[in-house]
Design a protein around this ligand. Structure first.
Ligand code: SAH
Ligand code: SF4
Length: 354
């Protein structure tokens, strides 16, 4: 089987392909010019191009479905070489910038949500990805290629700033080695040059792996999927809490090296009549005491066959108000792409059912 070119760091490529400066050229063709074949790499000798073509692939993913949402987000379903599928989403956020004369310039800000595994072992009760079980880890190249495919498909200039969130399918910290490698490849100044502070890893809270990730000093942002403030409820929603309870997560977060200008994001999936009451907000406030944090409340996004319900807007607002009035930064995640079922795993299920 051919090797996936995007699996390798520039350093690794320069050790495999001689002379070493060829690795820089290949990186440029791959990450700046979005080449999909080695034959396009005209400044490489013909024999080298043929040799690379025989041993490597530049296209480990095949796009099998694209869905547009009315809010401008666009969801991709990719097929891997072994037939498994994963999802990634391009999210467009409007950002306002001021010109020197004071007028407002609207600029689109791109965020790409990517997958780290086919399926997931963690088995959260509310998550559709969990329902299909776990198949396998993605390699660094399969992770990197999701963004590359999306940039190419949308004609996003190589120099355009993009944020990355590891919030697609899978638990990134259960695939730490490949995820860490993908973070490094994304941030290579001669590759996609996406600063690590523009990359966010979201985890269900594997405390020991959070500590390990912290020790790597990558400079990335951390998001914790908390969703419940007491262990009993959290165990029901997220069985992983039996192994890593809330206290262990809070301790790991306190030890995590955070960029001075950043905060740890705590995601709180709000489910009607399960965790949407003010007593939970109160407990959350005390749990996060002393942590530079922000809370992101997420509307539970229902799907066929789930017993859980979307919370009422008024309860969501009350929850947010309680926290912000007490000085905790708290946002409500717009239900981006709700009409294309943007919560992880939902596009894949739809495709399977057809
Ligand atoms: N495994 C990691 C990252 C992927 S999940 C993690 O759990 O953090 C990304 C986010 O989507 C998580 O916060 C998860 O709780 C949320 N999510 C899962 N199912 C959802 C649903 N049906 N509606 C809304 N958000 C959901
Ligand atoms: Fe896995 Fe995250 Fe889904 Fe939980 S919410 S099953 S950790 S993908």
């Amino acid at each position: 089987m051919k090797k996936i070119l995007q699996d390798y760091t520039k350093q690794e490529l320069s050790e495999m392909i001689k002379p070493a400066f060829r690795a820089k050229q290949i990186y440029n063709w791959t990450y700046h010019k979005y080449a999909s074949s080695f034959d396009e790499m005209k400044n490489l000798p013909k024999a080298m191009r043929a040799d690379l073509e025989e041993n490597f692939t530049l296209t480990p993913l095949k796009t099998i479905l694209i869905q547009d949402s009315i809010d401008g987000s666009r969801k991709y379903l990719f097929e891997l070489h072994d037939g498994h599928t994963v999802e990634a989403v391009l999210l467009l956020m409007k950002a306002e910038q001021y010109h020197e004369d004071g007028s407002i310039k609207h600029q689109k800000r791109y965020t790409v949500c990517i997958s780290s595994q086919v399926g997931c072992k963690v088995g959260c009760a509310f998550c559709l990805t969990a329902k299909g079980g776990f198949m396998r880890n993605l390699t660094a190249g399969e992770i990197v290629s999701q963004l590359l495919m999306i940039k190419k498909d949308n004609d996003i200039d190589a120099n355009r700033r993009v944020n990355i969130v590891y919030m697609g399918m899978g638990e990134p910290l259960d695939n730490l080695d490949h995820v860490a490698k993908s973070i490094k490849i994304f941030s290579d100044p001669e590759g996609m040059a996406i600063a690590t502070h523009r990359q966010t890893v979201s985890t269900s809270g594997l405390s020991t792996k959070i500590e390990k990730l912290g020790k790597m000093e990558l400079g990335i942002n951390l998001a914790i999927s908390l969703h419940a403030v007491d262990d009993e409820l959290r165990e029901q929603l997220m069985p992983i809490n039996k192994a890593y309870n809330i206290e262990s997560i809070i301790t790991a977060v306190k030890n995590f090296p955070i960029n001075d200008r950043k905060r740890v994001m705590f995601e709180y999936l709000v489910i009607k009549n399960v965790n949407d009451d003010i007593s939970a907000a109160k407990k959350l406030l005390s749990l996060l005491d002393g942590i530079k944090s922000k809370v992101n409340l997420i509307y539970f996004n229902p799907y066929g066959g789930t017993e859980f319900k979307r919370p009422d807007e008024k309860d969501m607002m009350k929850f947010q108000e309680y926290l912000t009035q007490r000085g905790l930064l708290c946002t409500i995640r717009e239900s981006k792409g709700l009409d294309i079922s943007a919560a992880c795993g939902q596009l894949r299920e739809q495709e399977k059912g057809e």
